[in-house]
Each structure stands twice: as structure tokens, then as C-alpha cells.
Design a protein around this ligand. Structure first.
Ligand SMILES: [Zn+2]
Ligand SMILES: [Zn+2]
Length: 295
């Protein structure tokens, strides 16, 4: 960057559901070949393609009306209050459509059993699970079902978020998506023109990206005691774990500026080895990813 040419990143970048899931699917397929997690990454490549196809077959999403969006933002709240969307007909029909599409793809036996159980379950049970899955935390015995429901929820929330006005969004709290209040999945240092070398978090639910300065804990805003960890001899330095001594958690940081193909969801899953090392060292995973649920 030239001296005097300061990067001016936008605060928020909304997801485009017509490319978000397809990009994830392609990246997962590329990562899968020869990877120790090949079967799982290949399955996720098919699942994200099903998310893409589900979006493609739906008409325009009906989000909250302009006045409630305006009021939420005026009160420092994310405009897509997640709880309000769990029971919404749009959420459930999107989840149902994804589940129907998944019927045709190759998947691990445990996931296939969960899919069958979900499709046979009464609507209230799916609503209950949607509510549980929203947090993307370790959901106990329902884990396989929660992953599938969360995948449907991602499609729904990305569609709603894409209808917002990015320029009106503002920070709501540390580690919280300004559009839906969801948790970050990972963060990335981007190479975009005008935002070169700036960092964005990606929401685990709706895919909105929000700007957070570098060398600062995304989860608690501490700027002291920040360190970076990679797998020693792991070959690539383009994905690191950013740790914070204050909250003892870490969030991954992807250097897209060095390697433009890195994708916040796909590369998060593919670097599970880094999580295992960090967790063994006593750090808590601060990012949430439906496809790493339980870590
Ligand atoms: Zn979000
Ligand atoms: Zn922290």
C-alpha cells in the first residue's frame, strides 16, 4: 500500500446467499483431496452444495419490516433477533427443504440416521431443535440433528441478512454479529482493494462479515496478551490461532491477503488439527462452527 493511502474498511459486509454456499462447497472439495479428514470434508462439500441449491429454489425471503430494523439498530440491537426467527414459517420451510435435498446425498451413517429421525419428527420437535441449535454450542445427545438444523438455519439467516442495508449496521457487543447477534466462526485478514490487510469476522449463522481491528481479542476486546499459534512444521502459516491471555480463548485468523482461496468456514473445519493442539494446551475455542459442533 502507498504511504498516505489509508485502508478504510466498511464496518459490515452482507452475505450473498447465491455465492456463499457454492464458494464453501468448492473450497471444501478442493481441501478434501488427500486430507486426513477427506470423507468429512467431501460430505460437507455436498451439504453446502445442497444449501446452495435450497436457496436457489426459494423465492425472496421475508425479513423483518423496515421499522423494526430501524428500531433495533437505534437500540444497539442486531436487527435480525435470532429468537424471533426460529419459529418463523420461513425458517422451518427452509430447514425442511434442505433436509429433503439431503435425502439424496451420500453421508456418514450417524448423519443419515439423524436426517431420517428429523424428517419423521413432528414440527414442534424441529422448532425445539432449531432453538437449541441456534447457539451452536455443544448440544448434548442431539448433536447430529443439531448440525443439520443449523445448516438449514444458515441458509435462512443468510437470506435475511442479505436483505439488510450494510451501511446502517453498527457494533452491538464483543464477538457478536451486528446483523443477527450470532457468534463469529473465524476471522480473516483480507486483501480487498481499499480494505487491504484489515480483518473481518464471519458470522457462524448468517455469514455477515464485520470489521474488527487486528491484534485485539474479538471475544473480549483485550489488546494486551494477544499471541499467535500455528502447527509447528504444519507447512502453512496462513491460518493461525489468535489467543487472548485475558479470556483464555482463541479465534482462528485466516490470512486471505496471502492466500486468497482461504474460506472462513471451509478452512476452519480443515484446520481442526490446530484446534486439537490448542484445546490440549488449555485454550477454549472461541469461534463457533456448526460443522465443528462440540469443539
Ligand atoms: Zn449473523
Ligand atoms: Zn479475550
Amino acid at each position: 500500500m502507498n504511504i498516505g493511502e489509508e485502508a478504510k474498511p466498511p464496518f459490515a459486509v452482507l452475505p450473498d446467499p447465491s455465492s456463499l454456499f457454492l464458494a464453501r462447497s468448492r473450497r471444501l472439495a478442493a481441501l478434501a483431496a488427500g486430507h486426513t479428514l477427506e470423507p468429512y470434508l467431501s460430505f460437507l462439500s455436498r451439504l453446502t452444495l445442497a444449501q446452495h441449491d435450497t436457496h436457489g429454489e426459494l423465492g425472496p425471503a421475508t425479513g423483518p419490516d423496515a421499522e423494526s430494523v430501524r428500531q433495533a439498530i437505534a437500540h444497539d440491537m442486531p436487527p435480525l433477533t435470532r429468537a424471533a426467527h426460529v419459529t418463523q414459517a420461513g425458517a422451518q420451510s427452509t430447514i425442511d427443504r434442505l433436509l429433503a435435498r439431503l435425502g439424496g446425498i451420500d453421508m456418514p451413517p450417524e448423519t443419515a440416521a439423524a436426517l431420517q429421525a428429523l424428517r419423521a419428527a413432528p414440527a414442534e420437535e424441529r422448532v425445539r431443535l432449531t432453538s437449541v441449535s441456534m447457539d451452536l454450542a455443544a448440544p448434548g445427545p442431539d448433536i447430529a440433528k443439531s448440525v443439520l438444523v443449523a445448516a438449514g438455519l444458515q441458509v435462512h439467516m443468510a437470506r435475511l441478512a442479505s436483505g439488510l442495508d450494510a451501511d446502517t449496521l453498527k457494533p452491538v457487543a464483543d464477538g457478536v454479529c451486528p446483523a443477527c447477534g450470532g457468534p463469529p466462526m473465524s476471522s480473516a485478514v483480507v486483501g480487498w482493494p481499499k480494505a487491504h490487510n484489515t480483518r473481518f469476522c464471519t458470522c457462524a449463522l448468517c455469514g455477515t462479515m464485520w470489521n474488527v481491528v487486528r491484534v485485539k481479542c474479538v471475544l473480549c476486546s483485550s489488546t494486551a496478551g494477544i499471541s499467535y499459534h500455528t502447527i509447528e512444521g504444519g507447512g502453512s502459516d496462513s491460518v493461525k490461532a489468535e489467543t487472548c491471555d485475558k479470556c483464555r480463548a482463541y479465534l482462528k485468523i485466516l490470512y486471505q491477503v496471502e492466500n486468497a482461496v482461504l474460506e472462513p468456514m471451509a478452512d476452519d473445519v480443515a484446520t481442526l488439527g490446530l484446534d486439537l493442539l490448542m484445546i490440549e494446551d488449555g485454550w477454549t475455542r472461541g469461534g463457533r462452527n456448526p460443522f465443528l459442533m462440540g469443539y
